[in-house]
Design a protein around this ligand. Structure first.
Ligand code: 13P
Length: 247
């Protein structure tokens, strides 16, 4: 049985004051949630999040990590540093990093491997653009994105989380239908199973892309959708918790 994971991706939205309110709200109402909850926050706020959430059941993480271990890489944050602040998760390969920072599939795989080597769980994002979906290339694209990551994970396949985030559904209010998402999730799990059937059953595959309280239940009811990676709705405590309650 896979425990559902509802992870918030705050993206570049945060301030000490806003975080304090949001985190207090989460802690006030997370008791009734059976899913695992996590928030992936901008790196400067990790100390704040660690001090507020430490000791609670809510986990936290970052939104990116360097592919390098340490050294002269100005501006980068290493996986080891994130671990210092108690991160359980780190998102890698989000489509915003792939498109605005030209991150390749290979770089994403290196980041995932580094995160894993440092003792964190990478949440590896894959997903097609609208143009790719319209020309029927969804399966080919997500397979191309995932393949180097699976190579990099080796025998530790079960220690990763995958997030399927169709680019056209991110922040647009358009959501993949539960059936559309399930089809891709099943394809991703089949790819995992080609490497290791047991691990394939353990890996959680999250859906991300305009997941909201009103569509979460139907998406999360699909057999291969094991949670959500939530952008906009994770900035609103009641929306985020209502999605968590649906899981
Ligand atoms: P939205 O939920 O705002 O569409 O963002 C999804 C996402 O990109 C999560 O990583």
């Amino acid at each position: 049985m896979r425990t559902p994971l509802i992870a918030g991706n705050w993206k570049m939205n945060a301030s000490l004051a806003a975080n304090a309110t949001l985190l207090a709200g989460l802690l006030g109402d997370e008791a009734g949630v059976s899913a695992e909850l996590a928030v992936c926050v901008p790196a400067p706020y990790l100390a704040q999040v660690q001090s507020v959430l430490g000791g609670s059941a809510v986990r936290w993480g970052a939104q990116d990590a360097s592919a390098h271990e340490r050294g002269a890489f100005t501006g980068e944050v290493s996986a080891e540093m994130l671990l210092d602040f108690g991160c359980t998760y780190v998102i890698v390969g989000h489509s915003e990093r792939r498109s605005y920072h030209a991150e390749s599939d290979e770089l994403v795989a290196q980041k995932a491997q580094r995160a894993l080597a440092s003792g964190m769980t990478p949440i590896v994002c894959v997903g097609e653009t609208l143009e790719e979906r319209e020309r029927g290339a969804t399966d080919v694209v997500v397979a191309r994105q995932l393949a180097p990551v699976l190579d990099a994970m080796g025998t530790q396949l079960a220690s990763m989380v995958i997030a399927y985030e169709p680019v056209w559904a991110i922040g647009t209010g358009k959501t993949a239908t539960p059936e559309m998402a399930q089809q891709v999730h099943a394809r991703l799990r089949a790819m995992l199973a080609e490497r290791n059937t047991e691990s394939a059953q353990q890996v959680r595959i999250l859906y991300g892309g305009s997941m909201k309280p009103d569509n979460a239940k139907d998406l999360l009811a699909m057999p291969d959708i094991d949670g959500g990676l939530i952008g906009g709705a994770s900035l609103n405590v009641s929306d985020f918790l209502s999605i968590a309650h649906a899981a």
